[in-house]
Design a protein around this ligand. Structure first.
Ligand SMILES: Cc1cc2nc3c(=O)[nH]c(=O)nc-3n(C[C@H](O)[C@H](O)[C@H](O)COP(=O)(O)OP(=O)(O)OC[C@H]3O[C@@H](n4cnc5c(N)ncnc54)[C@H](O)[C@@H]3O)c2cc1C
Length: 428
């Protein structure tokens, strides 16, 4: 059996390891983090990706039960102007007729569920922490990977494998090793994120809400099923705004203060989520983290012989339309299918990598481009542009009259353009 190394044990890396294992590969994960901490805030995972995970054998309850993943079944995404006028909403997940729900989850809990499954299925010894990938050497029929201990920087013994998958995230060193200059570019935007508790639910307790315009937009959604059941709202919020370069390549996340964003939040004071304005939600937040947003042009291929890329390492996505984790998981599905097909056809690892690249490179490149244009959130920009200069009442009336058109022309058009599950397409 070919030995497969997945570099990076994030959401994409864990999903890839599970899909490859299911397809018959002997998989080992090398992860840079010395220990797994509760990092990140909320994440939305589309129904199509949840189907991939349940097909891989993870029961939905592992993601949803309050004592486990605690994720909420998202029912809708609603869009408001900066002043608080309702523009449109879209049903998602089960409410939109999908076979699985869309999940609003705490990223760390969602990741823990995947990691626990990897530990269970692959075995403890196949998930190696504190191992930072540094370099690779590619040969005709094998790859040598170099790692160092993250904590001490001591080099580790080289790892020889038949197949290497770079799932090491936005600042992928595997990508850099393959392409030389694969460094992502700062987009001029930051997203400030936080978590707070509210003693009431917002809407049906399962809704994602957005407001604002192109240069500033606010998102909030609940991420705890346990709290929702008690009539409360563990609110994950994010404010995406223009910012000059944060300086220094490494400084892409940092703790922020409310004062840095107070004025921008005040602009959205006409909006209320669970009775609170965006500023009031931020005021209830203990720790605000600012994330610099980076981007990279779509790659021409994911085919590097016996090495490939997956998730953010392959296609960093701006955080619009909830696609980051979703597309990483769908990459994993395609990789598993390609591996299985290649082994059945006898085309080996190179056949697998070629098929995977054909299935996913172009379609994910289109998501990168669509997300540069704000994805479904572009509805905020379109409404702001088309109502520019209108009086308040006129704006309200305009939103009521044009909401359905914007839903079809912007939101649904974006959703319809998203890649399909390769397994579902093959089965049809
Ligand atoms: C700490 C963190 C917090 C995040 N929080 C949010 C959030 O709140 N909301 C949201 O929507 N998205 C968040 N994201 C992004 C989101 O998780 C990803 O877009 C998505 O899940 C795609 O996952 P990925 O596996 O491709 O990349 P990632 O989730 O970035 O995973 C990459 C993994 O590779 C590991 N790694 C990196 N370099 C090396 C190396 N040299 N050698 C070995 N391992 C390496 C990292 O430690 C990480 O575990 C976060 C990502 C991270 C890393």
């Amino acid at each position: 059996m070919a030995k497969t190394v997945v570099v990076g044990g994030g959401i994409g890396g864990c999903a890839a390891a599970l899909a490859l294992h299911r397809a018959g590969a002997d998989v080992i994960i090398y992860e840079a983090a010395p220990e797994l901490k509760e990092l990140g805030a909320g994440i939305n995972v589309q129904a199509v990706a949840v189907s991939v995970l349940t097909d891989l054998g993870i029961p939905l309850e592992k993601f949803h039960a309050p004592s486990e993943g605690d994720a909420i079944f998202t029912s809708a995404v609603e869009y408001f102007t900066a002043e608080g006028f309702f523009i449109s909403s879209e049903k998602v997940g089960l409410a939109a007729g999908a076979s699985q729900p869309q999940l609003s989850a705490h990223r760390a809990k969602f990741h823990s569920t995947l990691l626990a499954e990897c530990l269970r299925v692959l075995g403890q010894e196949k998930v190696i922490l504190n191992s930072r990938f540094t370099q690779l050497e590619s040969f005709e029929d094998h790859v040598i990977l170099h790692f160092e201990k993250t904590t001490t920087k001591d080099p580790m013994p080289p790892v020889r494998c038949d197949f290497a998958v770079g799932a090491d995230g936005l600042k992928s060193r595997v990508c850099r090793a393959l392409l030389g200059d694969g460094a992502p570019r700062y987009t001029g935007r930051m997203i400030y994120r936080g978590l707070c508790e509210v003693e009431a639910i917002h809407a049906d307790g399962c809704t994602v809400s957005l407001c604002g315009h192109e240069n500033g937009n606010f998102i909030c959604y609940p991420i705890s099923e346990g709290m929702r059941e008690k009539g409360q709202f563990l609110c994950n919020w994010g404010l995406c705004v223009l910012r000059t370069h944060p300086g220094g390549e490494e400084k892409w996340t940092s703790e922020a203060t409310l004062e840095e964003i107070r004025e921008e939040l005040e602009e959205f004071g006409g909006n209320r989520f669970a009775g609170l304005t965006p500023l009031q939600l931020a005021e209830r937040t203990e720790k605000i983290i600012g994330w610099s947003l980076f981007d990279r042009d779509p790659l021409e291929s994911f085919d590097f012989g016996s090495v490939t890329l997956l998730g953010d390492a392959a296609h960093p996505l701006l955080p619009y339309g909830s696609q980051g984790a979703t597309q990483a998981i769908m990459d994993a599905e395609a990789l598993g299918v390609s591996y299985q097909n290649a082994m059945a056809k006898g085309t080996g690892i190179r056949g697998c990598v070629k098929e995977y690249s054909d299935l996913r490179c172009e379609v994910t490149g289109k998501v990168v481009i669509a997300n540069r244009d704000m994805g479904s959130t572009a509805v905020l920009r379109v409404a702001a542009v088309e109502t520019q200069g209108m009086a308040v009442d006129e704006k309200r009336t305009w939103c009521a009259e044009h909401g359905k058109r914007l839903h079809d022309e912007v939101i649904q058009k974006y959703r319809a353009s998203m890649p399909k599950s390769v397994r579902a397409v093959a089965e049809r």
